[in-house]
Design a protein around this ligand. Structure first.
Ligand code: NAD
Length: 260
């Protein structure tokens, strides 16, 4: 029970990586806020956790909407008596070469990944600082926080940007015992990635199998996808760490695709 009675606010947690982190954190004793776009999906995920004996609630929010974020974080803090952990995880992917990227899609990508991270951080820090019991802010970066790939200009830009935000929050939060770190996963087979496989095959003019083997997993040490469980283990390490010794860091979990 490494997170007993901690309150974890997890965005984008009705699916994929965020959902797995919610399950693992609930198992470790945390009270979970499933924050996602759609109330029905958030409630359904929260209900699964409650059925397994955890405390969880669903909160609907678009992380790019300032009012929705503030209201959702406030409601969660009221329900559970504060916020101890933020996992800023909600994200999407849109792939095009730079010369074909619409400005609207560029702005949408930066809004979800960067505005969403800022807005949820600001709303949660207010509670973490006032509570005086420290906290942990964790951003879902990517290998693309360190490395570029074809067709992903705004994603790579935003994921690099999260490292800057984390370092700043680490410096500002230290005196309140609030740590900030970034997890940088390789490819994980979630709906976000399933959608990219046919899209990249079409844009690059290769088969879907080639996209997986020759694009996504080409540089891993073993040709394996990273799993949601791999990522949740790293999230648990960052969330449960007891001191400011581990802050302002970014950890790559990618089957060796990117080595620092
Ligand atoms: P996913 O599509 O399975 O889940 C993403 C969740 O985010 C969904 O539940 C979706 O409803 C939610 N979401 C999207 N836009 C939102 C918004 N504006 N407001 C609130 N919620 C919103 O994707 P995933 O693969 O689990 O991705 C989660 C995070 O992990 C993303 O930030 C992604 O960039 C990152 N990531 C994924 C991979 C991968 O290979 N899957 C690798 C590295 C990093």
């Amino acid at each position: 029970m490494q997170l007993k009675d901690k309150v974890a606010f997890i965005t984008g947690s009705a699916s994929g990586i965020g959902k797995e982190i919610a399950i693992v954190f609930a198992r470790e004793g945390a009270r979970i806020v499933i924050a996602d776009l759609n109330q029905t999906a958030a409630d359904a995920t929260a209900a699964e956790l409650v059925a397994s004996g955890a405390q969880a609630i669903g909160v609907a929010m678009d992380v790019t909407d300032e009012d929705q974020v503030n209201a959702g974080v406030e409601a969660a803090a009221q329900a559970f008596g504060g916020i101890d952990i933020l996992i800023s995880n909600a994200g999407i992917q849109i792939v095009h070469p730079v010369e074909a990227f619409s400005f609207a899609d560029w702005k949408k990508m930066l809004a979800i990944h960067l505005d969403g991270a800022f807005l949820t951080t600001r709303a949660c820090l207010k509670h973490m600082y006032a509570q005086g019991r420290g906290g942990s802010v964790i951003y879902m970066g990517s290998v693309h926080s360190k490395e570029a790939s074809l067709l992903k200009a705004p994603y790579v830009t935003a994921k690099h940007g999260l490292i800057g935000l984390a370092k700043t929050v680490a410096k500002e939060g230290a005196k309140h015992g609030v740590r900030a770190n970034v997890i940088c996963p390789g490819f994980v087979r979630t709906p976000l990635v399933e959608k990219q496989i046919p899209e990249q095959a079409k844009t690059l003019g290769i088969s879907e199998e080639q996209v997986v083997k020759e694009v996504m997993l080409k540089d891993t040490v073993d040709g394996e996808f990273t799993t949601t469980d791999d990522v949740a283990r790293v999230a648990l390490l960052f969330a449960a760490f007891p001191t400011n010794a581990l802050t302002g860091q970014s950890l790559v979990v990618s089957h060796g695709w990117f080595m620092q």
